[in-house]
Design a protein around this ligand. Structure first.
Ligand SMILES: Cc1cc2nc3c(=O)[nH]c(=O)nc-3n(C[C@H](O)[C@H](O)[C@H](O)COP(=O)(O)OP(=O)(O)OC[C@H]3O[C@@H](n4cnc5c(N)ncnc54)[C@H](O)[C@@H]3O)c2cc1C
Length: 436
């Protein structure tokens, strides 16, 4: 039994089925996909929040292959990000056809949002970052911001260069982001294979990329998917309790958010002391703006010196017939999460017009907001130690979820890796039971 139909639960279920293990997947909501889902709003299909991935997200891309939907996401041929700044010229970070880590040097050398001095210092900090071992536990207590500052990175460089990658991947301001996870992202994406940072963007709504195809795939392989099945408890024997009815299983993967996992698991399965609650949560806000004409001639762009962090053209996937629909993604959104739509509009509408010259005369037809209060756990110093592995103290009960100890940030890649790790342990457990 797999409890929770986010990417972690889906990937555990699919991996187990591929080993011939019969699977039942129980999901509380009326759809699969978890934190990646879509909904209808009038004539448009909207994602709960913009999701992107990188070419180096190999486990996640493997899941897209298995679900038969790899062609529903556009992955850049070559890492290429246009960086807008209010009142300044647009800059472009684009990889050059050079071996890593030289492939990003020409872009950095021309990166106008930073003064030349900061660009040179960024090269030195990159070299120091490359030497870090992301798995080194001593990095867990350190924040990326002060570490970068100690290596000559100005506040501007931390925001306008490092923040572009770290804030988006860790859902944390650079100054508060965990250094180990920041190092992992930078090493994998920026200093790994030259194509590692090529950006992938869903070309369809998230529900058509994950939840829908996963449901069909699991059922086609003979599995059972029960939607609207909120699990009330999991017992150590192991059993799963739904609607007051205990259902026996050979093994259970609990692939729910960390708060729910702490409630569901029996005390004998939980670590002592239970430290997951320290993982806490960090919000993401998306501001969705529909203009009466095209205002951005790119699939996406980043912004610095602005509350707009990244914006994505979602016209096609949403089904908008004319005009342009932009989704503005704001990570580490503590200062925005509780602000009413009118206040967010008062900030983001003029900001979009400042960043996009073509938006100045365009009519904003509609602006609405999606908020994910608990989008990820809070990836700050000290967040490594409380993350548990896939095994629990009860044989037959396993954990999955992007918040578990995958070594990766709380991302789609982390979620898929956690599901695969849990599936491996389930297989070993079932083999042990059979041998006995
Ligand atoms: C707005 C937003 C933007 C993001 N952007 C990115 C991005 O660009 N790139 C990226 O890689 N990652 C991004 N993430 C993070 C990514 O979505 C998550 O890391 C990942 O989807 C988590 O998957 P999961 O399976 O671990 O958990 P979840 O998706 O949370 O799945 C858990 C599932 O368990 C179910 N559940 C809970 N309790 C029960 C119960 N009692 N019984 C049955 N089912 C239960 C829930 O309904 C849910 O479906 C973003 C997240 C958000 C919210």
């Amino acid at each position: 039994m797999v409890v929770g139909g986010g990417l972690a639960g889906i990937s555990a279920a699919v991996a187990l089925q591929e080993c011939g293990v019969p699977v039942t997947l129980l999901e509380a909501r009326p759809r699969l996909g978890g934190a990646t889902h879509s909904f209808r709003r009038g004539d448009l299909t909207i994602d709960n929040g913009q999701h992107v991935f990188l070419r180096c997200c190999t486990a996640y891309r493997g899941l897209l292959d298995r679900l038969g939907v790899a062609d529903r996401a556009d992955v850049q041929d070559r890492f290429d990000v246009t960086v807008l700044q209010p009142g300044g010229p647009a800059a472009r970070l684009r990889r050059a056809p050079l071996p890593s880590p030289l492939h990003l040097l020409p872009a950095l050398a021309r990166y106008a949002p930073l003064p030349v001095r900061d660009r040179l210092r960024a090269v030195r900090a990159s070299a120091a970052l490359r030497r870090l071992d992301p798995a080194d536990p001593s990095l867990d207590d350190v924040a990326a911001g002060p570490w970068l500052a100690a290596r000559g990175q100005s506040a501007l460089a931390r925001e306008a260069l490092w923040g572009l990658f770290i804030t988006a991947s860790l859902n944390a301001e650079v100054d508060e982001a965990a250094l180990g996870l920041s190092a992992l992202v930078c090493r994998r994406a920026l200093f790994g294979r030259p194509d590692a940072a090529d950006i992938g963007v869903p070309a369809v709504p998230l529900g058509d990329l994950h939840g829908g195809p996963a449901l069909r795939r699991i059922e086609a392989a003979g599995g059972e998917v029960r939607l609207r099945a909120k699990v009330e408890a999991v017992t150590a024997d192991p059993k799963v309790v739904v609607d007051g009815v205990p259902i026996a299983a050979d093994a259970v993967v609990v692939a729910v958010p960390h708060r729910a996992a702490a409630r569901l698991l029996p005390p004998e399965a939980l670590p002592d002391p239970l430290r997951w609650p320290e993982l806490d949560a960090s919000p993401i806000v998306n501001v969705h703006a529909v203009f009466d004409r095209r205002v951005l001639d790119l699939p996406f762009a980043a912004a610095v010196g602005s509350p707009v962090q990244w914006m994505f053209d979602r016209t096609g996937p949403s089904g908008l017939a004319d005009g342009q629909y932009l989704a503005v993604s704001v990570s580490a959104a503590d200062r925005w999460i509780d602000r009413p739509v009118a206040e967010l509009r008062a900030v983001f509408e003029p900001e979009l017009r400042r960043l996009l010259p073509a938006a100045r005369d365009a009519r904003l037809r509609e602006l609405f907001v999606t908020r994910e209060r608990r989008a990820t756990f809070r990836q700050r110093p000290g967040c490594g130690a409380p993350r548990p592995g896939a095994a629990t103290r009860a044989p037959g009960l396993f954990l999955a979820g992007a918040w578990t100890d995958t070594g990766w940030p709380d991302t789609m890649e982390g979620a898929v890796r956690s599901g695969l790790a849990a599936a491996r342990l389930v297989r070993r457990h079932l083999e042990g039971v059979r041998d006995r």
